[in-house]
Design a protein around this ligand. Structure first.
Ligand code: AMP
Length: 219
């Protein structure tokens, strides 16, 4: 049996880091819509060019394009046991398109939605100082979690870079978009009794433990 878990949370809430841990513990694929868009932008595909124009402004890429891309990705063999969805869905339209596709495919919608809660003040602080490994995507923070060697990843030695959309101005916009467009999903999934809330302002390991507990026993 497969399982589909959504990681919900604002930009900077730690979704990427936690998705990686969950992926290892649960043996599921990690599907991050933002990573898919960045890959496409790097390759210079039509989808990438389109996505880039929205990402640069901190706005959402249109639903139709986003849904098609993620549903295509979920058909790949590494997703046969299911996936941890990170950064998707971000709108009610995306959520219902995903539920519909999963219902059709396996007769059951989303299994669990894990919501990582972090205050707005802390999010701005995190995003403004964030550096990411170009190779393995591990995030660092200039104050809260600096790398041992400046500009290099502790895990793989890769080069660290600052995402263009992590500038203070774009970070503010991304948070505004999150609070106006994405946070309505919290209520939506809570109504369906699918939501587990986790305090995202604890140590990374503690957040990870709570998330794992929220998913329930692995199969
Ligand atoms: P992320 O890495 O998840 O913070 O995403 C970076 C950017 O990619 C966002 O600011 C959006 O421009 C775009 N993006 C990622 N996921 C989605 C989504 N589910 N819907 C629309 N736009 C998205």
């Amino acid at each position: 049996m497969s399982r589909y878990v959504i990681l919900l949370g604002a930009p900077g809430s730690g979704k990427g880091t936690q998705a990686d841990t969950l992926r290892q513990s649960l043996g599921l694929a990690h599907v991050a819509s933002g990573d898919l868009f960045r890959e496409a932008a790097q390759k210079g595909t039509e989808l990438g060019k389109l996505a880039k124009s929205y990402m640069e402004k901190g706005e959402l890429v249109p639903d139709e394009v986003t849904v098609a891309m993620v549903l295509e990705r979920l058909k790949e063999p590494d997703c046969s046991a299911g996936a941890i969805l990170d950064g998707f869905p971000r709108t009610l339209e995306q959520a219902s398109a995903l539920e519909k596709a999963l219902q059709q495919q396996r007769g059951q919608g989303i299994d669990r939605v894990l919501y990582i809660e972090v205050s707005e003040e802390e999010l701005l602080n995190r995003l403004g100082g964030r550096w990411i490994c170009r190779q393995c995507q591990q995030p660092y923070h200039i104050v809260n979690f600096p790398p041992k060697v400046e500009g290099r990843c502790d895990k793989c030695g890769g080069e660290l870079y600052q995402r263009a959309d992590d500038s203070m101005e774009t970070a503010r916009k991304r948070l505004e978009v999150y609070f106006t467009q994405t946070s309505s999903l919290i209520h939506y999934f809570a109504e369906k009794s699918l939501l587990t809330r986790v305090n995202g302002e604890q140590e990374v390991e503690a957040v990870g433990q709570e998330l794992l507990a929220g998913v329930g026993n692995p199969l």
